[in-house]
Design a binder for this molecule. Sequence first.
Ligand code: ZN
Length: 262
Amino acid sequence: MNDYLRKIGVLELNPELTHLQVPASDRCWWCGDIATTEEHRIKASTLRRVARLEDGTATPGNVYKSSSDYQATLHSLKKGPQVRWRKNLCGDCNNSKSQPFDRAYDSFEAFLVEHFDQISTWERLDWSAVFGAGWQEQARHFARYFGKQLGCMLATHQLPVPNELIDFLNGADRFPSTWFSLFINPRGVDAHAKMQGDGFEYGLSGFVGLLDANAYQTDGAFSGIDYGYHIGYLWFLVQWRDGVDVESWFEHQVIDLPRLTE
Ligand SMILES: [Zn+2]
């Protein structure tokens, strides 16, 4: 299996932007209570799924991580800075308050894995095929899952969390300054086909990871951040730009699945 190790995690922040950072905090970035928990960078159930593809057992040694500070198989799927953000959420925010977001992510991931060979050919995605009649709130919760990841990433890097993000997680219908979008990476589609041709049944569905994070400034003030994640060839992009008003994936029942161009 050495040709196809499953990789997770690539995350960098431009060191030239350190002047945008805020002082270290022991508080939950969402509600302000004392922070007691660390959110997973990649959902624990996803890591277990990825680990299990290798030989049926969900052991950390089945997952290879490649990032700026780590290139090896994991020692743990549950603990440690390689799989978690810093301690920056309280228990209530990290568990009960965000449970609907986790469930929406789980539903989407199950749908994606089940239809992995087909979705790469689709031009559009109908949310009701994924989430049923309650698609709009579920697609929002799915976005909130990534919104929470974005907040944890910002807090881990001591960058300020936009108030609009907090409002969105607290139930606001829109998060206008952030664009939540899906893309299909054609190179990933090719790699998936090649792996299956080489006898790897699950192909690229076991490759998950974070994309490089870019931060932006305008006149010396923090004005934008990109968060990206992928499951196989499907990319999830979350782009915050201070002051803009854009539509996101949960605002239409049927959305385009554009191809990534590099
Ligand atoms: Zn909290």
